[in-house]
Design a protein around this ligand. Structure first.
Ligand code: CP
Length: 308
């Protein structure tokens, strides 16, 4: 099999295991390319991609743009803050205007869950979801599981705990779908108020004691508390959250085994993890960022090959 089963990347829930493995194998090739002295291939010289960011981003936006340029695609960038969206233009009108400039693919980050699905049904372009509200962030989950595969050789059978604000996290949901698809054992850990009630229906166990969760896992994926999505208080104070759900070096060193620490970024140093954990040899946070470029090259390359 050398083709994705989908024409858009809207969420991990639309992928199958073959899709994931094809993306990983293609990313292996592109990772080798981006570590050469000439980091560019001419594969997508006839493809134009628009990056539409309606929400803030550092890693995802730069990583997509770099991936597109490494594949020799033509790239245009759009940021909602400086666009006519501010004058009341609808999403479909905005995107159709961009598409009339002969754009083939749209990479979009949007605050509304389902924005990518909506777009895929209403415009003629391949759509890549770069994060839609608290719903999915598929390329983040692909680069996270790819990084676990790179570290351990395989994802199947690994114990992964996702720690923190699960309720507001698109990274958590996409990671759960991806990890389960690849045969990992998954737990979530955090304040009960930040764990959605449906989570166990996804085949995930809940552990509210951080030490117990860390003793169990091979990998801890530490999430940021997403204050920007909170209209009410979900825990008494940041200090109390950190005392119960933050990982510091003393806690890490007191475990029976050496676990791997991941974080999708941006990190709130001193809240979910301390600096000495983020910068420790157990952390693969910057490997995740490096792998993000290869994964996004793979996704774009495979979707572009399906454009008629
Ligand atoms: N991990 C992630 O999505 O980071 P950005 O919000 O900076 O893109």
């Amino acid at each position: 099999m050398s083709e994705l089963s989908v024409n858009h990347l809207l969420g991990i829930k639309y992928l199958n295991e073959n899709d994931m493995n094809l993306i990983f194998e293609t990313a292996d090739h592109f990772k080798e390319v981006i570590n050469r002295s000439i980091k560019k291939v001419p594969s997508l010289r006839d493809i134009t991609i628009a990056n539409l960011f309606f929400e803030n981003s550092t890693r995802t936006r730069l990583s997509f743009e770099l991936a597109e340029k490494r594949l020799s695609a033509d790239v245009i960038n759009f940021s909602a803050a400086s666009s006519s969206v501010k004058k009341g233009e609808t999403l479909i009108d905005t995107v159709n205007n961009i598409l009339s400039m002969k754009v083939d693919m749209v990479v979009m980050r949007h605050p509304n869950p389902g924005a990518g699905v909506f777009l895929s049904k209403n415009v003629k372009a391949s759509i890549v979801n770069a994060g839609d509200g608290a719903h999915e962030h598929p390329t983040q989950a692909l680069l996270d599981t790819y990084s676990i595969r790179e570290k351990f050789g395989d994802v199947a059978g690994k114990n992964v705990v996702i720690v923190g604000d699960i309720l507001h996290s698109r990274v958590a949901l996409s990671n759960i779908f991806a990890l389960k698809l690849l045969g990992a054992n998954v737990k979530v850990c955090g304040p009960k108020t930040l764990i959605p009630k449906f989570i166990e229906s996804l085949g995930v166990q809940v552990e509210t004691n951080l030490r117990t969760a860390l003793q169990w896992c091979d990998v801890a994926n530490m999430l940021r508390v997403q204050n920007e999505r909170m209209a009410i208080n979900y825990f008494p104070s940041t200090r109390e959250y950190t005392q119960q759900f933050g990982v510091n070096k003393m806690l890490l060193d007191s475990l029976d085994k050496e676990i791997v620490i991941m974080h999708p970024g941006p990190i709130n140093r001193g809240v979910e993890i301390t600096s000495d954990v983020a910068d420790s040899k157990q952390s693969i946070i910057l490997d995740q960022v490096e792998n993000g470029v290869a994964i996004r090259m793979a996704v774009i390359y495979l979707l572009a090959s399906k454009i008629k």
